[in-house]
Design a protein around this ligand. Sequence first.
Ligand code: ADP
Length: 207
Amino acid sequence: MTQRYKTVLLFGAPGAGKGTQGKILGQIPGFFHLACGDVFRSLDVNTDLGRKFLQYSSRGELVPDNLTIEMWRQNIHAQTVLALYKPHADLLILDGIPRSVAQAQAMGEHIEVLRVIHLVCPDLDKMVERMKRRAIKENRLDDAEESVIRRRFEVYDRETRPVLGHYPASIISEVNAMGSPAEVLQHILETVVPVQNTHFHNPLAEG
Ligand code: ADP
């Protein structure tokens, strides 16, 4: 087996703030952030895969596992070829993937999951509000309608939540997602910095 990418998963229900936190972490040297939803949204809607994405996401459903995994694999490979992601130097922060147990199984040969950060937000109404605000700000069709948002939560409970059971409880850290972005970031860093220190050299130490 070739070396697997050393990875931290950002996990949680839609609207929990994975994207917000992932983007911030991705700005720090030694971290590389990849959001599966962003990769899908960057597809040309005139391609087969772009059309498939719209078809599923507009209903609040997951894109089929085989298409998702294949797209993810090609994308992460391209990032390494372009040296945007350097697996020997960067901790990979994945957000929005794996989103089903089948995806977690398929990714096992590519990623070594060192930590799962589970962003927990018990207040469903608050998350729905966040998503509606984001839909307007980011022009996201999938979150513009409350019925689609509710459907996304059902899909999360049925297909995505069980992914937590795929990983040992000892590597799962729960973080309260209800605080301010800075507060949530602080808690995530408390968990992730020791992982980075254990597995990588300080990216700026050697110039
Ligand atoms: P959020 O940030 O609100 O959780 P994302 O931007 O991650 O949402 O995903 C938007 C949509 O893209 C999903 O509803 C789904 O249709 C599709 N999608 C993203 N990641 C995956 C995945 N790993 N598997 C299948 N579909 C996905």
